[in-house]
Design a protein around this ligand. Structure first.
Ligand code: PBG
Length: 323
């Protein structure tokens, strides 16, 4: 045999020399849940180790992450049921929980990168990402709400706006609103290929944001489709997106790779709540080694072509020096 590929695996030094992909703190974005109140820190039961923080505790959590070199955060609000309505008006009300959280983080940690989620569901009395009328999700009317929400986030200091709703035309609509108001420097990370997935369950527990009727299949993508992701990617790119995201992550590595091969824009992967919950459950049962399974999962996103990884594992991998 002239070729013996095992020669390049024979020692740790050589294995590291030929390693094709790496994960570092710079690739990670840490999703954080926020709640109203003071001194709150309540664990999400389906996501062991993940908490909902009031703003004061959020700042302490961000501080401890920053010390570990974890500097990008994606915030998600848990909204009191009484504040929800059909039009998600709370989502762009001056001084709401979310806007206060963004400003507080940016004020205390100007060098942190704050990603904000633009979608109606945490604020919608219907639990949907768009305005509901006679059981239908309205597209163009929803864009107006998303535009107001994005502008409020930009004013509060958001670095990157991440529309997660899957309405048609929202990237271009939000880009125009931001530019018209002088926020040409605020980025858009589009949830380009977001699938109607079973893996969002624990996230909806965390925010109490599950749809009150039906499902999200008329706007989120069919898990059976790959080529449709290219249509979404082309549109998002033409509409001015700065990043293209694929979500969920693990069951859609092929889609990450497909987009990577068809765009020059950086790709983000969202390692969602259900993926986190599966690993935690198996680890708690002693069925998987946590360090090895988590680092293998993160590497797989990088290997598929993701620059950024949104993951609930972000802090623990750095705390435990697993990278
Ligand atoms: C809502 C939104 C969802 C997630 C991020 N933004 C849930 C959904 O679409 O129902 C899921 C994230 C996760 O599961 O970790 N627009």
């Amino acid at each position: 045999m002239l070729q013996r590929p095992r020669r390049n695996r024979k020692s740790e030094v050589i294995r590291q020399m030929v390693q094709e992909t790496h994960v570092s703190a710079a690739n990670l974005i840490f999703p954080l849940f926020i709640v109203e109140g003071a001194n709150q820190k309540t664990e999400v039961s389906s996501m062991p180790g993940i908490y909902r923080y009031s703003i004061d505790n959020l700042l302490r959590e961000v501080e401890s992450c920053m010390k570990l070199g974890l500097k990008s955060f994606d915030l998600f609000p848990n909204i009191d049921e009484a504040l929800k309505d059909q039009y998600a008006t709370e989502s762009h009300r001056d001084g709401n929980l979310y806007l206060r959280a963004i400003s507080a983080v940016k004020k205390e940690f100007p060098e942190a990168c704050v990603v904000t989620d633009v979608a109606m569901d945490p604020y919608s009395s219907d639990g949907h990402d768009g305005i509901v009328q006679n059981g239908e999700i309205l597209n163009d009317e929803t864009l107006e709400v998303l535009g107001k929400m994005a502008l409020a986030h930009a004013r509060a200091g958001a670095d990157i706006i991440a529309p997660s709703d899957m309405m048609d035309g929202r990237v271009g609509y939000i880009r125009n609103v931001l530019d018209d108001n002088g926020f040409t420097g605020v980025s858009i990370m589009s949830y380009t290929a977001k699938y109607a997935s079973a893996f969002y369950g624990p996230f909806r527990d965390a925010l109490n944001s599950a749809p009150k009727f039906g499902d999200k299949k008329s706007y989120q993508m069919n898990p059976a489709n790959q080529r449709e992701a290219l249509i979404e990617a082309e549109l998002d790119e033409a509409e001015g997106a700065d990043f293209l995201m694929v979500k969920p992550g693990l069951p859609y590595l092929d889609v990450i790779k497909l987009l990577k091969d068809n765009t020059e824009l950086p790709i983000a992967a969202y390692n969602v709540s259900g993926e986190y919950a599966m690993i935690k459950a198996a680890v708690q049962n002693g069925w998987l080694n946590e360090q090895r399974s988590v680092t293998e999962v993160l590497l797989s996103f990088r290997r598929a072509g993701a620059s950024a990884i949104l993951t609930y594992h972000a802090k623990e991998v750095l705390e435990n020096k697993w990278l």
